[in-house]
Write a protein that binds this ligand. Structure first.
Ligand code: A2P
Length: 286
């Protein structure tokens, strides 16, 4: 098989925008370390950087974008709207703040970070999500964002959102890793032409010590991390691994020159309780 780099493995979103098929995650990277980490990620080939207002490191990402000699249009930048900023006006204001902090004049992708849930908002949850989405649609129509989507939305949140949405989300970023495959949500999104991105694709490193994954990795001459990421890619799921070590960042891009068999895919998909956050969006209280 021809070896493809992360840079040359674009996936298409439903609106025709292409997105590099592997992204660099920045959750929990402190702002002061983010510029260096993102510059290193860019230097090993990443062209897709995922941040969020709540990570507190949009400025570090923006500093790296400025310092890098790679053109802005060659880097796919995602950020997310935090939960305290839901609603039409607050969403628009939060977006303005995000692009100012990043120092960019447009975003490639903007996501609603979490659905408002009925545990916190009762019958008002659906309306709040709809109003937030209406602002996302307007920002998209104004040309300030190339694609819009959601994060941590389960099928029933999307069913509800689609009742009022004019534009369908192009992406749903959810927690997906061995031990937490979220098969139903992945199937639903793919049936609706919504690209699934995986946060914590290594289960926050918890999947790396699993014996089944380690044995499959040995067979392919790959690492456990590469097998976890490949398992995502082969399902059409776009992984967003995090690492602050440059050799691991590079290792995590080297996943386009091997293929897991159907039996190995099934074996990995059947693993349970490996770790990670395994969060249920209807139960969170933030
Ligand atoms: P580090 O930043 O020290 O490299 P996830 O992306 O699922 O959230 O997992 C992130 C965790 O996995 C971090 O603790 C990161 O540690 C670790 N990690 C990332 N890539 C690798 C790798 N290739 N080998 C081992 N650990 C990795």
């Amino acid at each position: 098989m021809q070896k493809l780099s992360a840079l040359t493995a674009p996936m298409a979103l439903s609106n025709g925008v292409t997105i590099p098929g592997l992204g660099y995650g920045t959750y929990q990277t402190p702002n002061e370390e983010t510029k260096k980490a993102v510059l290193e990620a860019l230097s090993v080939g990443y062209r897709h950087i995922d941040t969020a207002a709540v990570y507190g490191n949009e400025q570090g990402v923006g500093d790296a974008l400025k310092e890098s000699d790679i053109a802005r249009e060659d880097i796919f930048v995602t950020s997310k709207l935090w939960n305290t900023e839901r609603g039409y006006d607050a969403t628009k204001a939060a977006f303005a703040k995000t692009i100012a902090t990043l120092g960019v004049d447009y975003l490639d992708l903007y996501l609603i970070h979490w659905p408002a849930n009925t545990k916190q908002f009762g019958a008002k949850a659906a309306e709040l999500n709809a109003e937030t989405w209406r602002a996302m649609e307007d920002l998209y129509n104004e040309g300030k964002i190339r694609a819009i989507g959601v994060s941590n939305f389960m099928p029933h949140h999307l069913d509800e959102l689609m009742k009022t949405a004019v534009i369908k989300p192009m992406v749903d970023q959810i927690e997906v890793h061995p031990g937490w495959p979220q098969a139903e949500a992945v199937r639903y999104n793919q049936a609706h032409d919504i690209l699934v991105e995986a946060w914590a694709p290594l289960g926050e490193a918890s999947a790396l010590s699993n014996e089944t994954i380690a044995a499959i990795a040995t067979k392919h001459g790959k690492t456990a991390a590469q097998v976890c990421l490949r398992w995502g890619i082969q399902q059409g799921v776009l992984p967003l691994p995090k690492s602050t070590h440059q050799e691991r960042m590079a290792q995590n891009t080297d996943i386009f020159d091997f293929e897991l068999t159907d039996a190995e895919m099934t074996q990995i998909s059947a693993l349970e309780n490996l770790g990670g956050q395994c969060m249920v969006p209807d139960e969170v209280d933030f």
